[in-house]
Structures are given as structure tokens and as C-alpha cells.
Write a protein that binds this ligand. Sequence first.
Ligand SMILES: [Zn+2]
Length: 296
Amino acid sequence: MRIGIDLGGTKIEAIAIDGSTVLLRRRIPAPRGDYAATIAAVRDLVAAIERELAATGTVGIGIPGAISPVTGLVKNANSTWLIGHAIDRDLERALQRPVRVTNDANCFALSEAIDGSGAGANTVFGVILGTGTGGGVVVNGRVLEGRHRIAGEWGHNPLPWPNEGERPGPVCYCGQTGCIETFLSGPGLSATYAAESTRHASAVDIASLAEAGDSQAAGALEIYEGRLARALASIINVLDPDVIVLGGGLSNIARLYERVPPLVEPFVFSDSADTPIVPARHGDSSGVRGAAWLWP
Ligand SMILES: [Zn+2]
């Protein structure tokens, strides 16, 4: 049995699987701001699952960040109470077994590569388009972690082939300007719509407005699609994945799958460019499923 845990900012999700069969799912609120309570919550969750199923399992965990290979401590986490802690060692102590911990976007990519929209592909680039812009790379069924454990983190590269209006671009929390995340996250799309219309709406509402015939919402989405296409083209030029799988809230915008691929092609250094860009099969469950699959 494999147990996967997704440590989110607002909730902790758990899954127990046997092969591709889901045995059990759990979801509890995250103890926001409290690291010790987070470790205890994961320990209790695993204990409860194992009691209920009368079996022990391997444990994989997805976190909104990465463990620095230099310090062994969590970095880059928007759940800031995890930052600076040796979460893998603390969880191993609490759970009395080895655990595998990786970034939640890596878990997403792994889940989709194993038995999701990227099943059967050698190289999968998984993209999260949500409050942030994460990414993960899976090659031959294994997460590519990278020397600094940041492989696939495309969100803090600059938006490629920018036009005049996109330079220098918005200031990003990472310290740079014009990062892909500032344009392609949900807040990025909202900012584009606000600039077009002087109205404020969430990314999901903008998609509904566009569908209902709001020309400014449609215009904002058109700008978004062009930017997404350029950003994905730069990934294709480096990694040339067999498939790109989109997850996160904005991946539910159906028109992206029709409109973005033809916009990608002119920026790809190849005589043809037909990389499939597809929605995630497992939706919100991909993170927790991928965490379970961290143990092969
Ligand atoms: Zn940035």
C-alpha cells in the first residue's frame, strides 16, 4: 500500500492506493502557521489510515516548496510556516520510517505521467496554472528533481519574446520583474482583465464572462493565450516534452486547448511543432496521487 499526502496551504489531503485502486481518501484543514501541529497532523492522519485499513504503507509527501540540498531545509514555500524546517527528517521521526518529499508540482506531473493524461509518454512537463505558476518534469516515470531541486520551475523565468507593453513587466515577489508567473497565474490574468476593462474579476469568472460574450474578458484571455503559448514554446525549445499537461484552476478554461497550440508553433525551433497540450485527468487529486507514487 502507498500513502500519499498533499500538504496544502489550507488543507492536508491523504490517499491510500494499491496499484491504481484508491483504498481511501481523507482531507483535514491545515494547521496554518503552526509547523509542529502540521507534523503531528500528518502523523495522526497516517496512523488513522493504517488503523482503518489494517495495513502499513510507504509514505510520500508533496509540499508547496522544495528541500534545499544545501541546508536540508524547506525553501520556496508559500506556506511560509514550513520554511526553514527539515520537514523530511521531522516526518521520518514522527512516522518511524523513511519518507519521500518533493514539490507539489512534481507530484502533479508524476501522477499525470503514471496513469493520467501523460500516461505512456517518455517526457512529461506538468504545469500548474493557479495562484502561482509551478511546473514539474517527469522522465520515464521518474521525477527530475535537478541539482537545486527546482527542475521545471518555469514561473520565475521572464516572459519570452515580450512586446513593448510587457516590458519590464510587473514586480514579482521573487525580486525580479516580468516573471512568467506575474502574467500566467490567476492574479496575473485578473490584472490583465483589470487593465483592459478597469473591472476586477477572478480568472474563473473572466472565462465565464468571455463565454457569455464579454469582449473585454475575451480580449484578456486572448492576451493570456498568446503569453502562455510563448512561455510553453520556450519550454519545448529546451526540454521538447512528449506532452504538456495543464493543472490548477486555470486549466479548466476549455478554450486554451484549442487556441494555444497554433500560437505555440511560430516560436518553436523546429519545422513542425505538434506537442499535445492537454488537461489533467486527475484534476485536484493529482498532487496527492503523485505523492503516493513517489515510492515506485
Ligand atoms: Zn518571479
